[in-house]
Design a protein around this ligand. Sequence first.
Ligand SMILES: NC(=O)c1ccc[n+]([C@@H]2O[C@H](COP(=O)([O-])OP(=O)(O)OC[C@H]3O[C@@H](n4cnc5c(N)ncnc54)[C@H](OP(=O)(O)O)[C@@H]3O)[C@@H](O)[C@H]2O)c1
Length: 427
Amino acid sequence: MARFETTPSRPYHLVIFGASGFTGQFVVEEVARTVSEGPQGTLKWAVAGRSRQKLEQVLEQAAGVLGKPELRSEVDIIVADVAEPDSLAAMCKQAVIVLNCVGPYRFYGEPVVKACVENGAHHIDISGEPQFLEGMQLNYNSQAADKGVYIIGSCGFDSIPADMGVLYTRDQLKGTLTAVESFLTVKAGSDGGCIHDGTWQSAVHGFADSQSLQSVRRKFNHKPLPVVGSKLKRRGALFFSNDIQQYTVPFMGSDPSVVKRTQRYLFEEYQATPVQYGAYAGIGSIGNVIKLMFAGLMFWFLVKFSFGRDLLIKHPEFFSFGLFSKAGPSRKQMEDSSFQFAFYGEGYTEGQDPTQGKPNSKIRTVVQGPECGYVATPIFMVQAALTLLNESAALPKTGGVYTPGAAFARTTLIDRLNKHGIQFSVI
Ligand SMILES: NC(=O)c1ccc[n+]([C@@H]2O[C@H](COP(=O)([O-])OP(=O)(O)OC[C@H]3O[C@@H](n4cnc5c(N)ncnc54)[C@H](OP(=O)(O)O)[C@@H]3O)[C@@H](O)[C@H]2O)c1
């Protein structure tokens, strides 16, 4: 039986683990902004990490930024280290939900998931690492189901906009959606923008160890999902998109893997028509194409060797042409940045048999919002947690390891996001 209420021995609705990290600090601010959206209009929460001193600094900073001096004294601190299982167990026993911001998840994630499952805490992460996400599903789904614990991965920019965007597009089409392509564009202001080193490290190690993902997938031994409607053609490695007026490449992140898992779950659980999905990202002008090719070639070469990975990890700015940095973006850079996912869907009008003839209906939707890594991601993560706390009746019947789409398809997560500056709309 899943539990969503606090008790005297489990006093916190949310514990933010890794609150001292670059992303964690913004999750702390977002939780502090949204306490009134908790059950009965309150939210009891604490911060956790391996350094009390750093956690105190994070609360001090949030108190200053938000003009909430009470954060300094009213938010509890839990010291927990991934390397010390007892400390993780003690943390998980006190939390209804652990918001896990400690990455790379391939190194630090599993002990936290295990501790959550064993100690009855739900778990929400912002991993964009398919090997970790699918590995957790393989290894913990049935234990989590037995314990009534929801482990919901990829609840950040990876991959809520893509996963919920496909479901939104499906729900807006009057008929049956059979295929969607998404095109991501990111805008920065005059100071430019960048992504923090934590995500760079996750990417370097993820690409270096892509065989493990194949091995996890073989263990699932899934049958291919049925193709309904015209088979979605894969586009080339580089093309000019007239839709977004930019050079475009296949999106290398976790979105395709997450969307596919959601579609499989909805097909197997509810016999929903599986939607085929292709993910692309705009990279801008021909100058960026040249930079990307150069950076991509160096990356692919270096990531194969341990000395190459060390070089990549030591010099993110150099090897990514400034896209990633150890300092992360400034608040000004974040304020001036935004993202947009454009979804181009096709399917069949109501009453039209999707197994007969070609698709006869098209739809275009958009998901757009603020800077993706450290403004939108905390909003996605915190709204996912508030949905879990407030809408337990709309979740899958049993606990388990879920994608955002599988967990939240029947909830009001999209409405909640719309109220927090992430707009889902039909164009
Ligand atoms: N989905 C998305 O769109 C999205 C967006 C942003 C970030 N992310 C992901 O979030 C993760 C964190 O990124 P970041 O840039 O915030 O990284 P970061 O600044 O390096 O933060 C890592 C956090 O993990 C903590 N940590 C490391 N080892 C630990 C241990 N043994 N025990 C307890 N805590 C430990 C660090 O604590 P200390 O402060 O004590 O070192 C820090 O709080 C990455 O995997 C990144 O890819 C995803």
